[in-house]
Write a protein that binds this ligand. Structure first.
Ligand code: SF4
Length: 334
């Protein structure tokens, strides 16, 4: 159970914004913004997994990277609490040198394990690099720690002398996980960490992440575009559409009682093991509109099967539809 209520959440994000300026002409005149993330607010409790889900281009990866300041946020705040009841740190208020000190606690696992691993460096050096840089281990102790990490993520200790191209996609993602674990972090952003893998390998990596969470008391922000992937791992799920959260709730509520038409359509798009089973909602149609010029009113109205006139004029407020479950849709406001 989350400790967020009694001792504060580990991560508290409020009104997070990340805009990318669009510049034109010889004078690089600012003519607009790509509003990739446009006012996200959520908490992640200790040992909780919040999954951030939505189609490509909805801003979920930008949100994850902005919280860790791998991208500089445009606005909002992100607090990190190292332990239950401890004073939180304002991540967006830290200088670069202060941020480096907190990097041990805040890690990321990337989508493409091959692109994120330097092909010219041995696996041992990839995993051990941060331990060396932070002065945590060197020499025989470093080798020992690297080997233990490799074994913990399901690889052989000898893998430390080999190069990334000698491994399969799933094994490379295990190396990426070992690298993220090296500094004993408390919070990890899993940025589409299983999206590039085959379904059977996805399940193995998700099981590994779940075991590691239990063993090391980790909190995850798990970013994915597919709702079917995140069900087993998530404590809660937040569904994003064009830079905003449109629904957030406990995992069971999102899967069994989805309230927002976008979540309902996403779930209807997930293949069901029984193909004869009747669908309760229509799968998604059409493409995501451009975040440079999102549709007025509810951004989803151009694809929503139940839109009404009001949807084209005003953006809906988040409305509670259950305990810790809310969605932004005019049909829920009445
Ligand atoms: Fe559909 Fe309107 Fe609800 Fe948006 S506010 S999801 S357009 S019904």
């Amino acid at each position: 159970m989350s400790e967020s209520t009694s001792n504060g959440a580990m991560i508290e994000v409020r009104d997070l914004k990340k805009f990318f300026p669009i510049k034109k002409g010889v004078f690089s005149r600012h003519v607009g913004d790509v509003r990739a993330v446009d006012g996200l607010s959520f908490d992640i409790g200790f040992k909780e997994t919040l999954s951030l889900v939505g189609e490509s281009g909805c801003g979920k990866t930008t949100a994850g990277r902005s919280i860790l300041r791998l991208l500089e946020p445009t606005g909002g705040s992100a607090l990190f609490r190292p332990g239950p009841g401890e004073a939180p740190v304002d991540l967006f208020g830290l200088s670069q040198s202060e941020l480096r000190q907190w990097r041990c606690d805040l890690q990321i696992i990337f989508q493409d394990p091959y692109a994120s691993l330097n092909p010219r460096i041995t696996v041992g050096n990839i995993i051990g690099e941060a331990l060396k840089v932070h002065g945590i281990a060197s020499g025989a102790e470093l080798d020992d720690r690297v080997e233990k990490l490799l074994v913990r993520v399901g690889l052989r200790a000898e893998a430390r002398n080999r190069f990334p191209h000698e491994f399969s996609g799933g094994q490379r993602q295990r190396i990426g996980i070992a690298r993220a674990l090296a500094l004993s972090p408390k919070f990890i952003v899993c940025d589409e960490a299983v999206s590039a893998l085959d379904v059977s390998i996805q399940a193995q990596i998700i099981n590994l992440l779940k075991d590691l969470q239990d063993e090391f008391n980790l909190s995850y922000l798990f970013i994915a575009h597919d709702l079917s992937v995140v069900k087993y791992l998530s404590t809660r799920v937040a569904v994003m559409y064009l830079g905003r959260i449109v629904e957030i709730g406990e995992t069971a509520d999102i899967y069994e009682r989805p309230a927002h038409p976008y979540t309902q359509a996403l779930l209807a798009s997930v293949p069901h093991p029984d193909p004869t089973r009747e669908r309760t909602h229509k799968p998604l149609e059409g493409d995501v509109p451009s975040p440079i010029n999102p549709p007025p009113g509810c951004h989803f109205h151009t694809r929503c099967p139940v839109a009404v006139a009001k949807c084209r004029e005003t953006y809906p407020q988040m409305t509670a539809v259950g305990e810790r479950h809310s969605a932004a849709c005019h049909l829920l406001e009445e």
